[in-house]
Design a protein around this ligand. Structure first.
Ligand code: CA
Length: 218
């Protein structure tokens, strides 16, 4: 997989190229925006927003126009406005400097799972539970269960990144939409009902005061 690494900092860029190569990716480096556009197409793009020759968010939009590749933005610590603007523009994820290679790889893999058409087509198995996104059905030990649309959406969202803790706010945004203003307790009610239907009390773990995660046997 060809990953375009857009980064002007020599030390960071060469560490990324080495690390990504070791993980089996084929990184290509671009130290500025003009070079980045010449290096397309790519399968995945890592974009540092602080570049010498252009505005990072503008470059983001040009990359989006020219490429369907998922984009993870890299931002400086504290650049909250930039991050929010980037996510609004449709970045697939972001990492904040300084970040570790393992964190980056995990995020790349999570984005690939979310965006890969292949993985959308194949039913996803989570212990005894199977989610079929084509038919929007859930089965337990191959027997279909009757989920409400909200229950399905909650499970489907958690299943995009098994093992990751998803906050209540993130779930609210994903399932109820960003303009929904009600009690967050509502989520717990749906999750409790979902747990009963799945008959797997341990599959969806509650993190008190934070959110939920799927606990899946590896
Ligand atoms: Ca930079």
């Amino acid at each position: 997989m060809r990953i375009l690494v857009i980064e002007d900092d020599e030390a960071i860029a060469s560490a990324l190229v080495t690390g990504l190569t070791r993980e089996g990716f084929s990184p290509v480096r671009a130290a500025d925006g003009a070079r980045a556009l010449r290096e397309l197409p790519a399968d995945f793009i890592l974009l540092d927003l602080g570049l010498p020759d252009c505005d990072g968010l503008e470059l983001f939009q040009r990359l989006r126009e020219a490429s369907n590749a998922p984009i993870i933005m890299v931002t400086a610590r504290g650049a909250e406005d930039e991050r929010i603007a980037g996510l609004d523009l449709g970045a697939d994820d972001y990492v904040v400097k300084p970040f570790g290679l393992r964190e980056l790889i995990a995020r790349i893999n999570a984005v690939l799972r979310r965006t890969s058409p292949d993985s959308e087509q194949r039913p996803q198995r989570l212990n005894a539970v199977t989610i079929d996104r084509r038919t929007r059905t859930v089965s337990v030990n191959d027997v279909d269960i009757a989920c409400t649309p909200k229950e399905y959406a909650i499970l489907e969202y958690l299943a995009r990144d098994p093992g990751a803790v998803v906050t209540r706010q993130e779930l609210l945004n994903a399932v109820w939409g960003p303009n929904w203003f009600g009690s967050r307790k509502m989520i717990d009610v749906h999750v409790a009902s979902l747990r009963r239907k799945l008959d797997q009390a341990d599959l969806i773990e509650t993190h008190r005061g934070i959110g939920f995660r799927l606990v899946v046997d590896s």
